[in-house]
Design a protein around this ligand. Structure first.
Ligand code: CP
Length: 305
């Protein structure tokens, strides 16, 4: 592959290959000396039109650990503030001959559009409510390390499914890898026809979490709600927030995940987020390793490689 625009289009073998490569980088990242040379001489530009902590920081570290020259560009300090279009901004950067562009944008499809116009490899770091492929890959690596497999597990994704690119990418990946996926959340935050993605749908947490091996919580994305349905925080937490009482509906050895950023006391209680069943910190560690794996895999297809 030349780009990574989504999980859609990746085979189980592609995904397993990236997870295996990611596993090698987990070991490397725990060493004192972390520097590799596979991207030496290459230029990576991170173009973020939406805020980010984890994705941007880990793509920067990942590129640097593989020896690339990495430049970070944020939309708030770019000439888009003066009216330059997305395409013109991207073509301007393209003229500087980057090898890899990592893009986050608030519009679904924006990253694919850029990939069709640019000469370099493009990686989707999250586009609107469409896909966030590296998040799903790092989640899969975290699950595989802790459960020893993905196939046959019941993964329950909870909360604001409607606005979540993380949910979409995870559903695609988990289905491809043979897991069972269930989504649970308020009907107002459930995309119409979600069943067609091959998931079970539940309408309360007791029913939804029954037999879960993995409980994946999502942030309530109030910034994407445009006033249509903005639930009150206390009511939301009461029905859908993961606390110890609701977690007890899942299997005894269920593990808890959250892509971050977390809103404590909204979708997840601190006792659970910081508890023994939580994988949230490990997800962040896997984020660096999996982004190194993606960069390394794409670098093998760069011109003159
Ligand atoms: N999970 C995730 O994408 O986090 P950031 O928005 O901080 O990158």
């Amino acid at each position: 592959h030349r780009h990574l625009l989504g999980i859609e289009g990746l085979s189980a073998a592609d995904i397993t290959g990236l997870l295996d490569l990611g596993e090698e980088f987990v070991a490397l990242n725990r060493q004192i000396e972390k520097k590799q040379a596979s991207l030496r001489g290459r230029t990576q530009i991170n173009m973020f039109f939406e805020v980010s902590t984890r994705t941007q920081a880990s793509f920067e570290l990942a590129g640097k650990r593989l020896g690339a020259d990495v430049m970070n560009m944020s939309a708030s300090s770019s000439s888009m503030r003066k009216g330059e279009t997305l395409i013109d901004t991207a073509m301007t950067l393209n003229a500087m001959h980057p090898d890899i562009l990592v893009v986050r944008h608030h519009a679904s499809g924006a990253v694919e559009l850029l990939a069709s116009k640019l000469d370099c490899s493009v990686i989707n770091a999250g586009d609107g409510a469409h896909e966030h492929p590296t998040q799903a890959l790092l989640d899969a690596l975290t699950i595989r390390r802790n459960k020893g497999r993905i196939e046959g597990l019941l993964v329950v994704i909870c909360g604001d499914i409607l606005h979540s690119r993380v949910a979409r990418s995870n559903i695609l990946l988990l289905n491809t890898m043979g897991a069972r996926v269930r989504v649970v959340g308020p009907s107002t935050l459930m995309p119409p026809g979600i069943e067609r993605m091959g998931v079970e749908v539940a309408h309360d947490m007791r029913e939804g979490l029954a037999d879960a091996d993995i409980v994946m919580m999502l942030r309530l994305q109030r910034e994407r709600m445009n006033g249509s349905f903005v639930p009150s925080v206390s009511e939301y937490f009461n029905y859908w927030g993961l606390d110890t009482k609701k977690l007890a509906y899942a299997k005894k050895d269920a593990l808890v995940m959250h892509p971050g950023p977390m809103n404590r006391g909204v979708e997840i209680d601190s006792i659970v987020a910081d508890g023994a069943q939580s994988l949230i910190r490990e997800q962040v560690e896997m984020g660096v390793a999996i982004r190194m794996a993606v960069l390394e895999a794409l670098s093998r297809n760069l011109p003159n490689a």
